[in-house]
Design a protein around this ligand. Structure first.
Ligand SMILES: NC(=O)c1ccc[n+]([C@@H]2O[C@H](COP(=O)([O-])OP(=O)(O)OC[C@H]3O[C@@H](n4cnc5c(N)ncnc54)[C@H](O)[C@@H]3O)[C@@H](O)[C@H]2O)c1
Ligand SMILES: O=C(O)[C@H](O)COP(=O)(O)O
Length: 402
């Protein structure tokens, strides 16, 4: 029988993570820092990991936030590594900034502020100039205007609700809307049959979709041609979801009145009809705390119990602890993996106490609790089954093979 020792899990942070979250790591079992060697897990926000040599020791990545386009998810899936995120934890913060964006654009606030900054002279002069020129910044009101929302997930549905409360009409498009989102939407949100239909109907358009191959340049020259003349476009998702060149051309032709986004670029910088913010959507005290607490709790449950909640590449899989001896297996979603695991356990004389196997697309995940300690050789044998991506012993209380 192998010997065991208490594990200290090592967590590498690639961004600043709110202390409210870091405090959720059980103090004695975790070492956390930005210079940790051979980490067991990585905690990240928007740090670009795409060209990083991700340490071979890691078991999981935790994204304190929603978007995971900065993480090499496919490569991690091939290694059997779950990539966690925090659905909804920063959605209210983004919703509030989208509302600010609607008001900024509707009332021409940025050009107005820029104008005031240029004024010179005494108070009387400033007053005279302001009264004379204010007609240049006259805006529109929101009630009765139509807001088109592309993507009705955690953020899109909150924006829909807030826009209705402001008296706007709301039309939404999301071909993959979840049942939960659909239930949470007001019946006043009209369903667009296509993105083109949404663009044709909307005075304001806001996009709330993840950056994927399928959503790259979702807003492009062709889609802009479907917009109403003078539409206002908001992008708080990712810069690459919108083709900037096409938007600038749309502004020049008068098709787009203004573009409000959370992603600066050289082309957009200082453009009089563009508002760019420095990726502020999730930068509130509350959102940073929510995301950090949520992701740390998910990571701890994974590292100590093998349970998976909220990843972008694995099925949610959890099992109550009824035995101290647990095996966690990531595998390709192909036939007979569970059969081979069971056979190996039986040959080793181990009785299965409880078991769960879940799949999601090409990935599957299995938790097996057995009634007695598991020898390391058996974990290695399971890891060598064709189609198994990783196998891990997760005893309780947390211990590791010496
Ligand atoms: N600016 C910021 O700071 C900030 C903060 C949080 C999230 N985000 C970005 O916003 C994105 C959305 O966040 P969320 O929390 O709402 O995610 P979410 O996963 O809850 O919702 C995304 C929705 O988009 C839908 N969708 C996917 N492809 C689509 C398509 N082609 N057309 C229409 N709908 C489509 C999905 O079905 C889903 O309902 C994130 O992926 C991230 O990139 C930005
Ligand atoms: O996808 C997200 O959650 C947002 O873009 C927030 O990113 P941040 O955590 O780097 O602010």
């Amino acid at each position: 029988m192998p010997e065991y020792q208490q594990t200290v899990f090592k967590i590498l942070t690639l961004n600043h993570i709110a202390s409210a979250g870091l405090e959720c790591f059980p103090r004695d079992n975790y070492q956390i820092g930005e210079n940790i060697a051979q980490p067991d897990a990585i905690l990240v926000r928007s740090h670009n990991m795409l060209n990083m040599d991700v340490p071979r020791t890691i078991l999981a990545i935790g994204r304190a936030g929603a978007g995971t386009n900065n993480i090499p998810v496919k490569a991690m899936s091939e290694r059997g590594i779950p990539v966690f995120n925090t659905p909804g934890a920063n959605a209210n913060a983004v919703k509030e900034l989208v509302l600010a964006g609607l008001f900024l654009a509707a009332r021409n606030l940025l050009p107005a502020l820029r104008y005031v900054e240029t004024l010179q002279g005494d108070d009387d002069t400033l007053h005279t100039l302001a009264e004379r020129e204010k007609k240049r910044f006259s805006g529109i009101e929101l009630p009765g205007r139509t807001l088109g929302i592309v993507g009705l997930g955690e953020i899109g549905r909150l924006v829909a609700d807030a826009a209705l409360k402001l008296g706007m009409k709301v039309v939404g498009y999301d071909p993959n809307i979840t049942v939960e989102s659909a239930w949470s939407l007001s019946s006043e949100v009209k369903k667009a049959q296509s993105i083109e239909a949404l663009l044709r109907a909307s005075d304001f358009i806001t996009v709330h979709v993840p950056l994927l191959d399928a959503t790259r340049h979702l807003i492009n020259e062709k889609s802009i041609s479907n917009m109403k003349r003078g539409a206002i476009l908001l992008n708080f998702s990712r810069n690459a979801i919108v083709d900037e060149e096409a938007v600038l051309a749309g502004i020049s032709s008068g098709k787009i009145k203004s573009y409000v986004c959370d992603f600066p670029s050289r082309k957009l910088q200082r453009h009089e009809s563009v508002v760019t913010l420095p990726h502020l959507g999730a930068s509130t005290l509350e959102a940073e705390q929510n995301c950090a607490v949520m992701v740390v709790n998910q990571l701890v449950d994974f590292l100590q119990n093998g349970n998976i909640t909220n990843t972008v590449n694995f099925p949610n899989t959890s099992m109550e602890r009824e035995s101290s001896y647990r095996i966690a297996v990531s595998n390709e979603n192909v036939p007979n993996i569970v059969g081979q695991i069971s056979t190996d356990l039986a040959k080793a004389g181990l009785n299965i106490h409880n078991m769960v196997n879940k799949s999601r697309g090409e990935m599957a995940y299995t938790l097996v609790d057995v009634d007695s300690p598991v020898p390391l050789q058996l974990i290695n044998k399971i890891a060598s089954i064709s189609g198994v991506l990783s196998a891990r012993y997760v005893p309780f209380p947390t211990r590791q093979v010496n």
